[in-house]
Design a protein around this ligand. Structure first.
Ligand SMILES: *Cc1c(COP(=O)(O)O)cnc(C)c1O
Length: 350
């Protein structure tokens, strides 16, 4: 169906200037878990949730979420990027928080239905904007002793978000944090709401001091690089090897995993997924943050208690390898470069 046909008509939104905030859309997906099973589920219109004052999620933060985007490709298809990996990560999060697992196929169908039902909010190709999707699950029944809930709700809503970089990707400045993000053997590897509640004070503090993000070190020894509050690190060595930190308390970013694949199989670069000592950081040629929101944000400067590490790529633009990775991955996402099998899921609008 062409643009301009009634069903594909787009909302009258100034896509370039909407920013990253919640804009309510028309339909969301809901399914409830009760008596040991998920109900049939489906789309609803009510954006509000009525809960017991004693719901497990409100008392003990029993909740996990995911984040992914739907967007329009160069040839006008509406697609999502590797949503099967979001489904699998949500399953891992649910298990670690003693929540029921939503089968992968159901997760994927829920995403497809929400995107199709809100297709007028999927921004057009070239706008830089996307339709952000937020799947999440939480304990709903009253829980007062500390234990898992036995009733849950899984929901997916959609909200259009503007281009992450309005005036090109400017390098960010990062602070080595004195706070820890996740404990060894804790919940750093899952997308649990509690990880983000814990990070709020650290990020508000960093922003007040003029930094864009925190670099968290491994909490046990404070010698190794972990990640930021919402993005993984990639580093480029002076001989063009792509290095990314390995640790059980890092959230396994789908963007980072895709970048490592692209580096190796599309660009022929050497890749290393290994522990990264903070002491090595001063020797890297380029650094970046990766996650769904920005794909890659280049890092210009890392500040460790007043000591500055200035990346040779500078404060004006992305380093050359980072830029190649960014252009290749976004080219794949936008349908300009052939994607590996199974990376792009097309959504049929009925
Ligand atoms: C969501 C998230 C990321 C990025 O993961 P993507 O799958 O690439 O979006 C990285 N770190 C943390 C802590 C996150 O919550």
């Amino acid at each position: 169906m062409k643009q301009g046909d009634t069903k594909m008509a787009k909302k009258d939104i100034d896509w370039a200037n909407i920013g990253f905030g919640y804009i309510q859309t028309e339909k969301r997906y809901v399914t409830n878990f009760k008596n040991g099973e998920w109900d049939k589920g489906g789309l609803i219109e009510d954006p509000n949730i009525v809960l017991s004052e004693c719901a497990g999620v409100l008392q003990y933060a029993q909740t996990a979420f995911e984040g992914l985007k739907a967007y329009t490709t160069v040839d006008g298809r509406i697609v999502t990027f590797r949503p099967d990996l979001n489904a699998e990560r949500m399953m891992d999060s649910a298990k670690r928080l003693e929540m029921p697992v939503l089968p992968k196929e159901r997760f994927l169908e829920a995403i497809d239905e929400v995107v199709a039902a809100n297709n007028e909010y999927v921004p057009p190709y070239g706008s830089g904007a996307t339709l952000y999707l937020r799947p999440y699950m939480f304990g709903t029944n009253p829980v007062i002793g500390v234990k898992p809930a036995n009733e849950y709700q899984f929901r997916v809503f959609a909200t259009p978000v503007g281009p992450y970089f309005k005036e090109g990707a400017k390098p960010v400045t990062i602070k080595v944090s004195d706070f820890d993000r996740a404990a060894p053997h804790g919940t750093g590897h899952i997308k649990a709401g509690l990880n983000y509640a814990m990070s709020l004070h650290a990020i508000v503090t960093a922003h007040a001091e003029g930094f864009d993000e925190n670099m968290y070190l491994d909490p046990a020894t404070r010698t190794k690089v972990e990640e930021t509050g919402g993005a993984n690190f990639i580093f480029i060595t002076k001989d063009n090897t792509v290095v990314t930190p390995k640790s059980d308390s890092i959230l396994p970013s789908i963007t980072r995993r895709s970048i490592m694949y692209v580096a190796e199989h599309y660009l022929g670069l050497k890749v290393e997924h290994r522990e990264v000592e903070f002491a090595e950081v001063k020797d890297f040629a380029e650094a970046g943050l990766c996650g769904t929101a920005a794909v890659i944000s280049p890092i210009g400067k890392i500040v460790d208690h007043g000591k500055e590490i200035c990346l040779p790529s500078g404060m004006e633009e992305m380093g050359p390898i980072t830029k190649k990775l960014y252009e290749t991955l976004t080219g794949i996402q936008q349908g300009k470069i052939e994607a590996p099998e199974g990376w792009i899921r097309e959504i049929k609008v009925k």
